[in-house]
Design a protein around this ligand. Structure first.
Ligand SMILES: Nc1nc2c(ncn2[C@@H]2O[C@H](COP(=O)(O)OP(=O)(O)O)[C@@H](O)[C@H]2O)c(=O)[nH]1
Ligand SMILES: [Mg+2]
Length: 245
């Protein structure tokens, strides 16, 4: 009986996500779902990204947290269109949160939408939001075993980011271990090392975002499919059990 309830929740989520994806495709908005642990640097990376984006790329952010508007306030300083979602006791964003947030955004004036998911390495992976790509962010202060311990995040992310590399001299983190685990789980994974503090790797990350936006524009114009990467509904449901909690 419990399993049936979870199936229904996920089916409903997929239907709302498909509607989100259609709306975003119509507006030619490339959408990233940024997932990572609390404190990994998601908001800091977005602040730095928004400050560096070319003026021609109009960005918006949906930011999820259990409580407070603090991240939304931080991001408002660098972005005109920001929607803060408070999820209460829910440890991830679901498609209906994004659907409601989209009503507050002018999609005709957005090229790039970044969704900062609730800080969590597990639950956000299993919920399709209608995004074009999922990005998994780790940081060196979390330890070099986190890729191995969170295989679904590694497998389901279109891009992986390893942040806070400026702290490598001060923390016990073996980059070789982390990279080997990533390669084992996802042999052709793209991994970008960043430091928001020093600016290392930010150009690679921003170029990846801009490349995705350009691909969407090109495909949209030629009438081809508009979804980028593997941003379609997933066949696997790694977070199914978590969804029942
Ligand atoms: N040293 C260092 N600190 C960082 C870096 N990125 C973020 N931080 C710090 O990590 C803390 C958590 O960052 P925040 O963006 O709030 O993390 P979030 O919870 O994932 O959104 C803040 O004190 C940031 O200043 C980085 O690349 N290097
Ligand atoms: Mg944050």
């Amino acid at each position: 009986m419990k399993i049936q309830i979870v199936e229904n929740v996920l089916k409903l989520n997929d239907e709302v996500a498909a509607a989100n994806r259609a709306r975003l495709a119509q507006g030619r908005v490339f959408t990233v779902d940024l997932m990572g642990a609390p404190g990994a640097g998601k908001t800091a990376l977005l602040e730095a990204t928004l400050k560096r984006l070319p003026a021609s790329t109009r960005a918006a952010v949906i930011v999820g947290d259990l409580a407070t508007a603090r991240d939304g306030q931080r991001l408002q300083a660098c972005c005109r269109q920001v929607v803060q979602v408070n999820t209460g006791k829910t440890c991830h964003l679901e498609a209906h949160h994004v659907a409601r947030a989209l009503q507050r955004l002018n999609l005709d004036r957005i090229d790039l939408l970044i969704i900062e998911n609730v800080g969590n390495l597990i639950c956000p992976v299993g919920f399709d939001l209608g995004q074009g790509a999922k990005v998994g962010l780790f940081s060196v202060t979390e330890g070099d075993d986190k890729a191995a311990k969170h295989p679904f995040l590694v497998r389901e992310s279109d891009l992986l980011v390893l942040n806070k590399v400026d702290l490598l001299p001060y923390v016990k983190f073996d980059s070789g271990v982390f990279r080997r685990d990533v390669a084992r789980l996802r042999p052709h994974a793209r991994l970008i090392e960043t430091s928001v503090t020093t600016g290392q790797g930010l150009d690679l990350w921003i170029n990846w975002l801009l490349g995705c936006c350009a691909t969407l524009r090109t495909r949209g114009r030629s009438g081809g499919p508009v979804a980028i990467g593997r941003g379609r509904p997933r066949k696997t449901r790694p977070a199914r059990k978590d969804a029942a909690l």
